[in-house]
Ligand binder design. Sequence first.
Ligand SMILES: C[S@@+](CC[C@H](N)C(=O)[O-])C[C@H]1O[C@@H](n2cnc3c(N)ncnc32)[C@H](O)[C@@H]1O
Length: 389
Amino acid sequence: MELDALIDQVRTAAAQADEAGRAKLLRALRALQPTLETEKDLHWRLGRCHLLITTVRLGQDLDVFRSLVAASAADTPLSSQQVASKSPFPNASPALVTRILRHLAAMSLVAETGPDAFLANKATHALATEKSEGTLHMFGDAIGRVAVTLPEYFAKRGYQDIPSGTQLPFQLAYNSDKPWYQFVGDSPEMSKWLQSLMLVVGEDELWFKAFPFEDEIKGFRGDTVLVDVSGGFGQQCAALIAGLPHLELKGRLVVQDLASTVDLGVRHEGVEAQARDLFAEQKVKGARFYYLRNILHNWPDAECVEMMKRLAEALGDESQILIDEVVLPDQGAAPEATNMDLVMMGFMGSRERTAGEFERILDQAGLKSLRTIVYAHGLRNAIIQVVKK
Ligand SMILES: C[S@@+](CC[C@H](N)C(=O)[O-])C[C@H]1O[C@@H](n2cnc3c(N)ncnc32)[C@H](O)[C@@H]1O
């Protein structure tokens, strides 16, 4: 009974917490889990990892989450047979769908309201969107495929850290010679998955709510307020326009990316899209901000120095660079960040970095940081404000 009261207290605290409180509680509960688990529990938990994401992917392919969300709007639970019949594959086996739904319910990703009766819960709603489908293709198919090659890759190479290069776990997993971003550029499908992932990882906490954007652009006389350097489909520019409407940023924002990304044609009103390679001359000169979000972690140090030099050459008197990246603390990094570090290693031979590691890159490019503002509680993304030395 005492335990029930305690669990209720935690539930209430979770419901009432702000973003920082929520992240703190989640960290504490994660840390608590291994102290509660037996050896067997631990092995079962690890043993479920691969199949969990695979089952979600199967559920998305079969529109399980979308069907349950629609059923929940009418408050009418669906059976496995009904879920199977609503899938894009009318011959899908209800027996297979039963197995999938049972595991999803066991993992609290759908609600089981009775024997063979299912509805949506909070997680189901999150998994029933196009961006979630793209994100889980990335996490499940692409990242999963690279992840399972790591033991073989490192065994063959005597467990050395990856310096850089093109013979990475990604190439082994995909049996390809292409660097990751060339591979993405040749695959519109993969490109959309990647941008979905970028959308999901960046949508909750907006950097310009913590960074004093409005104050910083006061008195700026130039035309271009911000160039989102390799900004994908321009998600951050769109968020700026929507989040700070009174600043009238339309027409003063530029998003640049590889031609293959720009050619996919996703546009936002008031945002100019330009094809530009990161290592080519920056033709937009003297913008107030050159903003790079999740770019440096894609590249080894030498390439980072080169791309920063190209930006340094374009800086005017009022220009600055904003690097939006995870900054790893010297101790106690978040699991999202350490996970992403290993993903970067496997796909691009690159890494997440500490403040000191960023500073060394900036120094070699003739730049220095003014300050660092941490704005996201999960990944602990931060804005590093950079000027010429
Ligand atoms: C991790 S995504 C980040 C996208 C965006 N900044 C965001 O945070 O949502 C990396 C981006 O770099 C782009 N990219 C990769 N190689 C590039 C290159 N050589 N030149 C320009 N852009 C490149 C990709 O197309 C992709 O949009």
